[in-house]
Design a protein around this ligand. Structure first.
Ligand code: ATP
Length: 269
C-alpha cells in the first residue's frame, strides 16, 4: 500500500499572496506564523500557541491552500496526510503512519502537519455502520495521543480541514487538541474576481476577456471551481488552436463546470 508510506516533508513556496480574500482566516493564522518563525520568543513571553487548528468550510474554498501558505510564510517544512487515504489500510497501518509523521515533524520542528478530510479519521467513534471500524478508531486514537503527547509550543502546529465538523468526535475538539476553529466561506463576487486574477497570471487571456464579468456570472463557485474554469477554457482554446483564450472559451468552460456542479447536486440550484 503505497499510500501508507510517509511522504517526506515538503518545502512549499506558497504565500498569502496566493490566497485571495479569506482575510479573517489570514489574520488568525498570522499569530501561528509568527510563532513558527520564532518559537523561543513566544515561550519567553508565556504565550501558548494552539496545537491544533481546525479549518471548516465547503470543498475547494482554500483550506489546503491556507495550510500551505502558513508553511510557506513561516518557511517551515510541511507534512500532509489525507483522511480518506486511511480507509483502505490494514489495521494498524494508519496508526503507525500518524505516529511516524508526528515523529518526523518533531524532529524537523518548527513544522506544520496538515490533515485533509480529517472527518474520515475523526468521525465519532462507534458510530460506524454495524459497529466499530477498528482501523479508523485506532488511527483516531493514535492522533489523539500524539496531540496530547507533545508540549504546547513544541514547534509543531497541526492544521486539519473538514467540511463536516458536525460528525467529528468531540474528543478531537477538546482543549489542547483542535481547540481553535477557523471558518472559510465561498468567495463573494469581489473575491471571485481576485481569485481569477491570481489564476489568470499564468494564462494567456485575450484583451476582450473581462474577469469582473466572469466573477459576476459565477455565483456559488468556489476557488477550486474558478481555477478549474480557467484551465478548461485554456484547453478549449487550445482545441480551437487559438493564440489566446477568448470570451467564448470561457463561456463554454463555465457551462461545463456548472454542469458538473449541478450533477453533483452541490451549491448551484
Ligand atoms: P477540499 O475541501 O476539497 O480539500 P480546500 O478547501 O482544501 O478543498 P484547496 O485545495 O485549498 O481547497 O483549493 C483548491 C484550489 O482552488 C487551490 O489550489 C487554488 O487553486 C484554488 N483556490 C481556492 N480558494 C482560493 C483562494 N481563496 N484564492 C486563490 N485560489 C484559491
Amino acid at each position: 500500500e503505497s499510500k501508507a508510506k510517509l511522504q517526506d516533508a515538503e518545502k512549499v513556496d506558497t504565500t498569502f499572496d496566493d490566497v485571495a480574500g479569506l482575510k479573517g482566516a489570514k489574520t488568525e493564522l498570522q499569530e501561528i506564523i509568527s510563532f513558527l518563525k520564532h518559537p523561543d520568543k513566544f515561550d519567553s513571553l508565556g504565550g501558548e500557541i494552539p496545537k491544533g487548528v481546525l479549518m471548516v468550510g465547503p470543498p475547494g474554498t482554500g483550506k489546503t491552500l491556507l495550510a500551505r501558505a502558513v508553511a510557506g510564510e513561516a518557511g517551515v517544512p510541511y507534512f500532509t496526510i489525507t483522511g480518506s487515504d486511511f480507509m483502505e489500510m490494514f489495521v494498524g497501518v494508519g496508526a503507525k503512519r500518524v505516529r511516524d509523521m508526528f515523529e518526523k515533524a518533531k524532529e524537523k520542528s518548527p513544522a506544520i502537519i496538515f490533515i485533509d478530510e480529517i472527518d474520515s479519521i475523526g468521525r465519532k467513534r462507534g458510530a460506524g455502520l454495524g459497529g466499530g471500524h477498528d482501523e479508523r478508531e485506532q488511527t483516531l486514537n493514535q492522533l489523539l495521543s500524539e496531540l496530547d503527547g507533545f508540549e504546547p509550543n513544541a514547534g509543531v502546529v497541526v492544521m486539519g480541514a473538514t467540511n463536516r465538523p458536525d460528525i467529528l468526535d468531540k474528543a478531537l475538539l477538546r482543549p489542547g487538541r483542535f481547540d481553535r476553529q477557523i471558518t472559510v466561506h465561498l468567495p463573494t463576487q469581489e473575491h471571485r474576481e481576485q481569485i481569477l486574477e491570481i489564476h489568470a497570471k499564468n494564462k494567456k487571456l485575450s484583451d476582450q476577456v473581462d474577469l469582473e464579468e466572469i466573477a459576476r456570472s459565477t455565483p456559488g463557485f468556489s476557488g477550486a471551481d474558478l481555477h478549474n474554469l480557467l484551465n478548461e477554457a485554456a484547453l478549449i482554446a487550445a482545441r480551437y488552436k487559438r493564440k489566446s483564450i477568448e470570451q467564448q472559451d470561457i463561456d463554454q468552460a463555465r457551462d461545463k463546470v456548472m454542469m458538473g456542479l449541478k450533477r453533483e447536486g452541490i451549491r448551484l440550484s
